[in-house]
Design a protein around this ligand. Structure first.
Ligand code: SF4
Ligand code: SF4
Length: 442
């Protein structure tokens, strides 16, 4: 996995061509107001503006065409630097760059390019319209990118599948001393237990029934203990099996305090078998068993709140998470793993489904993020000692329509249905807030 770097993003829809960013750059880099010397150039007329700026490319053509080795990408910051002592002023780099990101500064007779002002770009705050944004990378990817991926490449997930991302990151963190249970659902459907005698998982993996995952995993963990081996017992299960027919074994294992980490991948339905509703499917959602037509307008019941139910088992650890907040997810995996050494750890991860929720695959993170920004999904964690607390608190949430409108499964909703969903979001938030305020005695 390559490294991720921070970058300057431009939104042409917000730019009116005022040139304030260019003035700020010229002042910072040349000490003049001459915008021709700015390293960011906004070009165009009226409402159509374009950006000429160094993208600090991963495979920079300016670097590869330079005959003098005067340009180099910094492995830590990702910024492409220019070394005046090596440059022979041939200007080949200006031809190599597709984005016009490196250009001749006629006042000096040398090329000049954006260096992101050491991570604090002067142009970004100078823009009065918010057309420039400095997007800082999630450093977690740079940290964990080199860890071993314990799933084989080429699993058979849908394009852009969030669950595959979650599986790969989870196993990366949990590590090789693991025995994995993947009950019927998207996870084995994409090949965790393999096809034709080969397995897609690089740790021991088995395929329990929907009904007995936690019971079977508990037995396996106990047998490992009996023979003196310490392994992590990990289940990656769908919301359908866990909240419906598998709930009795899940609840039983939690009540007994079995030492395991049980992760529920909540894509709000039985997605790999034809997108049927589960008890975690939200009110109003289209599924193949809650259709939309003359007599039906999607699911008529509210979703079961499985993580809150698990919290009431007083498990050693319970948390909700989202792949849109990967640092938070990794921290929760750490704490869940620790808790699973002495008791039952439960992690509930919301996992948007491109196919069943009907949105384009490149929108996955956006959908996951909007769920949290509207409080449709809340990120919290619980231990019997500390009680419940939010790990991301959204005090000024977006209206729930901002989340609903990004998916086809809610396209048919009436005003009354949207009002119902918004009311439930507020009610759920108030409920969880009250839980967070409750004193705990340990
Ligand atoms: S980031 Fe710095 S160097 Fe680059 S355009 Fe903006 S002000 Fe200029
Ligand atoms: S102008 Fe300088 S940096 Fe650009 S290609 Fe020529 S030698 Fe390299």
């Amino acid at each position: 996995m390559g490294r991720a770097y921070s970058t300057i993003a431009f939104d042409p829809a917000k730019c009116d061509g005022c040139g304030d960013c260019m003035k700020a750059c010229a002042q910072v880099k040349t000490g003049t107001d001459d915008i021709a010397r700015s390293r960011i150039q906004i070009q165009g007329r009226e409402k159509a503006f374009e950006l000429a700026l160094c993208r600090q490319c991963a495979d920079p053509k300016c670097v590869s065409v330079c005959p003098a080795g005067a340009l180099d990408k910094d492995g830590d910051t990702g910024v492409i630097g220019w070394d005046a002592s090596k440059c022979v002023d041939c200007l080949l780099c200006t031809v190599g760059c597709t984005y016009a990101g490196i250009a001749l500064d006629e006042a000096t007779g040398h090329v000049a390019k954006c260096d992101t002002c050491d991570g604090s770009p002067a142009c970004v705050p100078a823009c009065p319209h918010g057309a420039l944004k400095y997007i800082t990378t999630a450093n977690i990817y740079n940290e964990v990118g080199q860890w071993e991926d314990l799933f084989a490449p080429g699993l058979a997930g849908c394009q852009g599948c969030n669950t595959e991302l979650l599986m790969r990151h989870t196993l990366r963190r949990v590590g090789p001393d693991t025995v994995l249970a993947t009950p019927p659902g998207c996870v084995p459907g994409m090949g965790s237990v393999g096809f034709n005698g080969t397995t897609g998982t690089k740790v021991p993996v088995f395929h329990p029934l929907l009904t007995n995952t936690a019971a079977m995993l508990a037995g396996i963990k106990r047998q490992y203990k009996r023979v003196g081996r310490e392994v992590t017992a990990l289940a990656i299960a769908g919301d359908g099996g866990a909240s419906d027919v598998g709930f009795q074994s899940l609840s039983g294992a939690a009540e007994r305090g079995e030492q395991m980490l049980f992760m529920v991948v909540d894509n709000e339905g039985y997605m790999n078998t034809g997108m049927q509703r589960s008890s975690c499917t939200p009110y109003g959602a289209w599924t193949s068993t809650t259709p939309v037509g003359e007599t039906s307008r999607g699911k008529t019941q509210d979703a079961k709140n499985l993580p809150l139910i698990m919290m009431n088992h007083r498990c050693a650890y319970v948390a909700t998470a989202s792949t849109a907040y990967m640092e938070d997810l990794y921290e929760k995996l750490d704490r869940a793993l620790e808790a699973s050494k002495t008791g039952f750890a439960y992690l509930h991860v919301y996992s948007p489904c491109t196919t069943g929720w009907r949105f384009p695959s490149h929108q996955n993170m956006e959908v996951a993020r909007k769920a949290v920004e509207t409080n449709f999904v809340m990120l919290w964690e619980y231990t019997p000692k500390t009680g419940l607390h939010f790990t991301k608190s959204v005090e000024d949430p977006l209206p729930v329509t901002e989340y609903l409108k990004v998916m086809g499964r809610f396209r048919h909703l009436s005003e009354e249905q949207i009002e119902h969903i918004q009311g439930k979001v507020v009610e759920n938030m108030q409920f969880v807030k009250r839980m967070a305020e409750t004193e705990h005695v340990g």
